[in-house]
Design a protein around this ligand. Structure first.
Ligand code: PMV
Length: 354
């Protein structure tokens, strides 16, 4: 019979960089100009769920994002599909009487349905979870036998930050130096249980789509910002070493100092870009001032903040007690949503992926 459908569903959380990736040295392979480090979030709150299906009745590859069909024609999707297909293996499902041979995958088409449980393209790294989940679900559907690091290098070709979502806990994206990008992949620095006191709160300042995509922003920064090149050569390599130490020893003060400094330098490179890019807004700036004052008052960091390509604040507290104090203060100083500052909060523990 030709009427069968075989499908796989996977879930993948997003990740938040604490040492940022900004700038590519190769646009089509998505190779970065510096290493980066991130923490993978709890899949309950910020994750993508993707179902990948194959059937002989499908006559083209198709994809839906949050229920709306999207085009797969971009190089990013094509790279991920091509790389996974070329590694496909035999698949058998005796119950359904399905037997797909390795060579059949070149002719078969897939349908992919993906849902985000958080706002798409609002600086909450939706593409990270999205491409990681796409690659992971396709690799399971096609019985790809590569290890996770290799899959991360494929997800990287969809969206750079996606490579880091293939692992839980703390993850480093090693920039690599091979021209073909084979060594530009993610490695896990510490598992999701290593530092499980940390609590992450995301203050959603705005869930509107950002004005400048990270692709365009990076391209403009690489060409016009002298600060970006100084940062990638002189600042990030040292910060990576320090951050690995902070994570290994669970040194929250060091972790917080590095995280805040790196977020601020990333946004400074955006301002240093011509024309300047503004990802943060007044509310973001007020959150930073407030957190800085609080940390200073206490004498030692109580909270780390970081902002990606959007105005939403990612706040990291060392434990539940500090997190509940933080939340009380946020609600008091930034009351939702009447005089509307923050529209919602997402609270998540740092944990694993699948
Ligand atoms: O992978 P992209 O193109 O979504 O870029 C991500 C860029 C930042 O989120 C700002 C930083 C990072 O390392 O995730």
């Amino acid at each position: 019979t030709k009427n069968w459908v075989l499908m796989v569903t996977a879930q993948c959380p997003t990740n938040i960089a604490v040492i940022k990736y900004w700038g590519k040295r190769d646009e089509s392979l998505i190779l970065p100009i510096n290493d980066s480090i991130s923490v993978t979030l709890d899949p309950q709150h910020l994750c993508t769920t993707t179902t990948a299906a194959v059937s002989p009745t499908f006559d083209t590859d198709k994809m839906w994002l949050n229920g709306k069909e999207i085009s797969l024609s971009s190089g990013r999707f094509q790279s991920c599909l091509r790389e996974i297909r070329s590694r496909a293996n035999d698949v058998e499902d005796q119950e359904k009487g399905i037997c797909i041979k390795k060579q059949d995958w070149e002719k078969l088409h897939v349908h992919i349905a993906s849902f985000n449980n958080f706002p798409t393209a609002a600086g909450l790294a939706s593409s990270a979870a999205g491409f990681a989940c796409l690659v992971y679900s396709l690799s399971k559907l096609m019985n790809v036998k590569e290890e996770q690091g290799k899959l991360s290098a494929i997800a990287r070709q969809g969206s750079g930050s996606a490579c880091r979502s293939l692992f839980g806990g703390f993850v480093k994206w090693v920039m690599g130096n091979e021209a073909n990008g084979n060594d530009s992949l993610a490695v896990q620095l510490a598992s999701e249980t290593h530092w499980d006191d940390l609590v992450i709160i995301i203050a959603v300042v705005s869930s509107h789509q950002k004005e400048t995509s990270s692709t365009t922003g990076m391209r403009e920064s690489v060409v016009t910002s002298p600060l970006l090149h100084y940062r990638s050569k002189e600042v990030v390599p040292k910060r990576i070493v320090e951050m690995e130490k902070a994570i290994k020893t669970r040194d929250f003060a060091l972790f917080a100092r590095l995280t805040c400094a790196d977020s601020n330098q990333f946004h400074a490179t955006c301002l240093d870009t011509s024309p300047p890019i503004f990802y943060m807004n007044d509310t973001s700036h007020r959150i930073i001032s407030y957190m800085e004052k609080w940390n200073q008052f206490e004498g030692t960091p109580q909270v780390a903040y970081t902002f990606d390509a959007g105005p939403n604040a990612v706040l990291i507290a060392p434990n539940r007690k500090a997190a509940s104090l933080l939340l009380q203060r946020l609600l008091f100083y930034f009351p939702p949503p009447s005089d509307t500052e923050l529209s919602s909060f997402v609270i998540g523990d740092k944990t694993i992926v699948k």
